[in-house]
Design a protein around this ligand. Structure first.
Ligand SMILES: C[S@@+](CC[C@H](N)C(=O)[O-])C[C@H]1O[C@@H](n2cnc3c(N)ncnc32)[C@H](O)[C@@H]1O
Length: 256
């Protein structure tokens, strides 16, 4: 796979890559079961290959590869995340690359591309998001699947709390995560500010923005990219199709 070389690196992820395995485990089992359900048939194709786009430290990349016995390429725009992903995943079913999901240069060769845990919302410019979906469509084999596990604005508005503190107890001590959100309903944008405090008092600060893409917009982008409306389904959590306003996800599964 060739991806455009990127000069932008996210400094927050320099340090955060070390701790991502602590932070990103909230929905792990549900996510894994969901991916196995959606992708098991495709994994049985001869020489099947998937992409975990925005793979972070590869926590799902490795598990999908092992459990479905399939080749999975983990792609992330942060070199630090990829470095950590390589340390944590040594199976020869996985490979990791630095790159942006908007610039995957393949040629109808991937059987599935999955974008988990709000990574798609990091693309805050809707024109770029739309273009990204078009290019992802082109990278899929016929019958291949694109899965976008996006943030659901209803969750952030209905369950809005100015500040959230999470504690993670580990053998070496307690990690504290302090999150504050600023939701701009007009722009459908959320600013995420975070302080992550290690047991030795180290502080990592992060800010990123998430753009919300409601169901109708995602549907439009997917159809304009070439997916047939009949082959697009939406889920509002990983296990049922029932909308749930309190659930933080809106998941699009589109088959080429
Ligand atoms: C919330 S983490 C999710 C990681 C992983 N998908 C998981 O579920 O554990 C977001 C990740 O997306 C990556 N990312 C953000 N924008 C990206 C883009 N345009 N292309 C590829 N990776 C991106 C970040 O570097 C970060 O590692």
């Amino acid at each position: 796979m060739r991806t455009r070389k990127i000069s932008r690196t996210s400094s927050a992820y320099t340090l955060k890559a070390k701790f991502a395995d602590i932070l990103y485990h909230d929905f792990e089992n549900q996510q894994l079961e969901f991916l196995k359900r959606e992708l098991s048939k495709l994994a049985q194709r001869a020489q099947a290959c998937f992409i975990d786009a925005g793979c972070g430290t590869g926590r799902l990349t490795g598990q999908v590869a092992d459990e479905l016995r399939v080749q999975v390429i983990g792609l992330d725009s942060s070199a630090h995340m990829i470095h950590r992903a390589r340390q944590l995943n040594t199976s020869n079913r996985t490979a990791f690359k630095v790159g942006e999901l908007e610039h995957i240069r393949g040629n109808n060769q991937y059987d599935a591309i999955f974008i988990m845990f709000t990574v798609f919302n990091y693309i805050t410019d809707p024109r770029k998001a739309k273009k990204a979906i078009r290019s992802l469509y082109q990278n899929l084999t016929p019958g291949g699947k694109l899965i976008i596990d996006a943030a659901n604005i209803l969750n952030y508005i209905d369950c809005y709390k100015p500040k959230i503190t999470n504690k993670f107890k580990r053998a070496e001590g307690t990690y504290t995560q302090e999150i504050s959100h600023l939701v701009d309903k007009q722009e459908m944008l959320m600013h995420h500010f975070e302080r992550f405090i290690t047991p030795t008092g180290g502080i990592i600060k992060e800010h990123h923005a998430l753009k919300f893409y409601p169901k109708d917009i995602l549907q439009e982008f997917l159809e304009q990219a070439g997916f047939s409306a009949k082959k697009i389904k939406f889920l509002f959590n990983y296990s049922t199709r029932k909308p749930n306003n309190n659930y933080p996800r809106i998941i699009a599964v589109a088959t080429k």
